[in-house]
Design a protein around this ligand. Structure first.
Ligand code: PLP
Length: 460
């Protein structure tokens, strides 16, 4: 294929994309397949000779859409959303056309400078102080890993990177059990070890118990451990738990520990000033991550990390061999020194397009609608016979259970997802199997959300 043919096929792909999105409401959100169904349709070996694009495209149409879980379906209420606003899709097409690599300012000046400006736009839109700067990663997992590596190196006076960890004191990290498994993964990959991530108990409202945090740090110091950092959450994955950020940071700072706030999902809601009390005190954090690819509408992948001072992270992750020297431009920001991978995609473009095409007001009204519709839906489900709300609404997420039984609730979840009109997933809360509902799809309407109680009534 050459670039003229690419032009032809891009138009075909654009037509296909419009029809795909317009027909989503008629499709089941999750396909009914068994593992191996798709692989069985593909030849075992790559072709020796070029194949015509007509055939490749036809195979795509016959194999892929029917075997796809439709994350952009307006009735996708599972996990958290991975919203792709149409404007962000267009930006991705353009970034793909340029196909650059933004590891250094000089390898992609526009990508790097738009990234810096987008960080500032979002920082201001979310009410964070001017002193914060930041960067864009692929995922919250990578941003959190970067923060955990920074905690490790700061606590070890930057000896871990060079000498390795074996002769150094055992480090400790602290988080509540409501934080995402990416924190556990970060502790593993950083060589700190999952057993040294101390899970602090929570209070009645599922926030980290800060007295228990303080006590745990004291106990670890007495036992000869080296505390390195605290990870707090705003909008935990399971039920949307929110730590008391101000109190948590106060305890961490009293022990000179680095702090990271994981607001991967709920951070987007902070463009609405009325939700900011839920992360009151965040301005004291060293690092904050949120995923515009979840609720804001910037197509996956796009994870923004704000940093109060980038220097500790650059000291931890930045390397400058001769082949990456920038000869005369050493003072210019080269974001690869802030992140784990060297190579970087042009992710800022989809933020630029999304923020401009919908405006902050347009994005705010979507988020406010989602939260209101979630509350309305919760109230209806709470009145249905046999149903019990098991965790209150946090932003646009709540959980429920059926007939106060794990078996009945799990069986109902299977029926819901086999039915296909909506897609929901589960979590374990207070030891019980419960079903999560999150409302956040970019294109969903109130009617789409009200389909949830309709399906529950139809299936029970
Ligand atoms: N943190 C929270 C609170 C999450 O809900 C998730 C994913 O859902 C993550 C982190 C990990 O996000 P990512 O897929 O960007 O690594």
């Amino acid at each position: 294929m050459n670039h003229d043919e690419l032009n032809h096929w891009s138009k075909r792909a654009a037509d296909w994309a419009r029809d795909y999105h317009k027909s989503l409401r008629e499709q089941p959100v999750r396909p009914q397949l068994t593992p191996g169904d798709v692989a069985a349709k593909l030849p075992a070996q790559a072709p020796e000779q070029a194949e015509p694009m007509e055939r490749i495209f036809a195979d795509f149409e016959s194999i892929v859409p029917g075997a796809t879980t439709h994350w952009q379906h307006p009735r996708f209420f599972a996990y958290f959303p991975a919203n792709a606003s149409p404007a962000s899709m267009l930006a991705e097409q353009l970034a793909n056309a340029i196909a650059g690599q933004a590891m250094l300012w000089q390898t992609a000046p526009a990508a790097n400078e738009i990234e810096a400006v987008m960080i500032n736009w979002l920082r201001d839109a979310m009410g964070l102080p001017d002193s914060f700067t930041g960067t864009i990663h692929d995922s919250a997992t990578t941003a959190t890993l970067s923060a955990i590596l920074t905690m490790r190196e700061r606590a070890l006076d930057w000896q871990g990177n060079t000498a390795g960890l074996s002769a150094l004191p055992r480090l400790r990290l602290y988080a509540s059990g409501e934080t995402h498994s990416s924190i556990d993964k970060g502790a593993r990959i950083a060589g700190i070890g999952q057993d040294n991530l101390v899970k602090i108990p929570t209070t009645d409202n599922f926030a980290m118990d800060t007295d228990a945090l303080d006590a745990a740090i004291h106990a670890d110091l007495d036992a000869g451990f080296l505390p390195a950092g605290v990870i707090a959450c705003t909008g935990g994955t399971s039920i949307g738990a929110c730590d008391d950020i101000r109190a948590t940071i106060a305890v961490a700072k009293a022990h000179n520990l680095y702090t990271h706030v994981d607001a991967a999902w709920a951070g987007s809601a902070m463009i609405c000033p009325e939700f900011r009390p839920l992360w009151d005190g965040v301005e004291g954090a060293d690092s904050v991550v949120f995923n515009p690819h979840k609720w804001l509408g910037a197509q996956f992948d796009c994870a923004v990390q704000f940093l109060r001072d980038p220097a500790p992270q650059i000291n931890t992750l930045g390397l400058r061999p001769e082949y990456l020297n920038t000869l005369g431009q050493d003072e210019i920001t080269n974001y690869n020194e802030w992140t784990v991978p060297l190579g970087r995609r042009f992710r800022a473009l989809k933020l630029w397009f999304t923020l401009r095409a919908y405006g902050l007001e347009g994005l705010r009204s979507r988020i406010r609608n989602h939260i209101n519709w979630s509350q309305e839906c919760l109230e209806i489900i709470g009145k249905l016979t046999g149903f019990e709300i098991t965790s209150p609404r946090s932003f646009s997420l709540f959980t429920f259970r059926f007939k106060n039984s794990d078996t009945e609730t799990e069986a109902l979840l299977s029926r819901i997802n086999d039915d296909g009109r909506i897609y929901l997933t589960q979590t374990r809360h207070k030891g019980q199997f419960v079903i999560r509902v999150q409302v956040g799809q970019f294109d969903c309407t109130r009617e789409d959300v009200m389909m949830i109680p309709t399906v529950l009534k139809d299936l029970t």
